[in-house]
Design a protein around this ligand. Structure first.
Ligand code: UDP
Ligand code: MG
Length: 323
């Protein structure tokens, strides 16, 4: 039995030494051997050389390196595909997810839970705007999603091998991992924590990346947006029938015509135009995802691997430093 850790890193050179120190400390406190798998998401700074160096100093630290930046969700996916442990933890590489929490999570795993996810009860020093839209988004998602995705949880979690195998068997490309995790089921529980601020460096999730992650979550786990088009269409239809009735009444029984011709027409045209465009846009979101899925390209391309046994799938590395 051994523990595996998956740590996606993208330009984290300034955090890496401290992260390695904290993880080494954690390894000493655990009751079984550990494997730390870093996934370098196409970093352009000294992250990869640092990973190479760490691996030669301590072979428990191994890594995968992507041929370019594929994004955090795919980095975690690659990690899940390649770890060998019986208990697998996913945590961010910026020390916002305190590694020490794993000890508490392992207790829950021993108590029989296959998934132990970390739930933030507080976010330290994050921009109020980010906290605000995160707050709104998680509540919206909870209302709309087909599965019950717990609020304020990220990808920081501990999973049993059984769950990771299910993850690995899922072929979908638009991976909203925290949603998939809820979808899989099994016995799940939360461990609460206060989210630290970043140890060093800037956020690697740009607003664009967070927005697209959020959209992905909504579209992958809810068909409500599609229905929205139907509902507004029905509503607009009902409204125009009412108006037609009203005009008919005024023409034959009322005095004069209170509707100011051109203005009313313009409003109606613009309103319907907007409804149609938004509806097409929503359709496009879903169709675009179908297109992505049918292309069937590999999810990520590895350029370098160290310390990982039996690299699988269509993502064969072009060069391997070891094993
Ligand atoms: N990350 C990644 N690829 C990316 C963006 C981020 O692997 O394209 C990693 C990053 O190095 C960090 C984790 O994902 O370990 C979370 O990123 P970040 O701290 O920027 O997000 P936040 O915590 O602010 O949501
Ligand atoms: Mg972070």
């Amino acid at each position: 039995m051994h523990y595996s850790f998956i740590i996606p890193v993208y330009n984290e050179e300034s955090t890496l030494p401290e992260l390695v120190r904290r993880l080494t400390e954690l390894a000493d406190r655990l009751d079984a051997p550990c494997e730390f798998l870093f996934v370098d998401d196409g970093s352009s700074d000294r992250t990869l050389p640092l990973l190479r160096q760490t691996h030669t100093q301590d072979p428990r630290f191994c890594y995968l390196s992507f041929a370019r930046n594929f994004g955090h969700q795919l980095a975690v996916t690659a990690g899940l595909n390649h770890v060998s442990g019986d208990v697998i933890t996913v945590l961010d590489g910026d020390l916002q997810d305190p590694p020490e929490l794993v000890i508490e999570m392992i207790d829950q795993w021993r108590a029989g839970y296959q998934v132990v996810y970390a739930q933030r009860i507080k976010r330290h020093q994050e921009h109020w705007l980010k906290r605000f839209y995160a707050y709104l988004f998680y509540r919206l998602l909870k209302r709309l999603a087909d599965v019950d995705i717990p609020t304020d949880t990220g990808d920081f979690c501990l999973m049993d091998r059984q769950v990771v195998d299910v993850f690995n068997a899922m072929p979908e490309r638009n991976r909203y991992l925290r949603g998939l995790r809820a979808w899989i089921g099994f016995k799940q529980t939360a461990v609460q924590f206060e989210r630290d601020s970043r140890f060093a460096g800037d956020r690697k999730y740009t607003f664009r990346k967070s927005f697209s992650l959020a959209l992905n979550g909504l579209v992958s786990f809810s068909r409500v947006p599609l229905r929205l088009a139907t509902y507004t269409g029905l509503l607009a239809g009902l409204f125009s029938l009412l108006m037609a009735g009203l005009v008919f009444y005024w023409r034959f029984f009322g005095a004069g015509n209170p509707l100011v011709g051109i203005a009313a027409i313009m409003i109606a045209v613009f309103f319907l135009g907007a409804v149609q465009l938004v509806s097409i846009g929503i359709l496009g979101e879903y169709i675009g995802r179908i297109y992505e899925e049918v292309k069937g390209r590999p999810l990520y391309i590895l350029s370098e691997v160290a310390g990982v046994e039996g690299v699988r799938s269509a993502t064969q590395p072009t060069s391997t430093t070891e094993g």
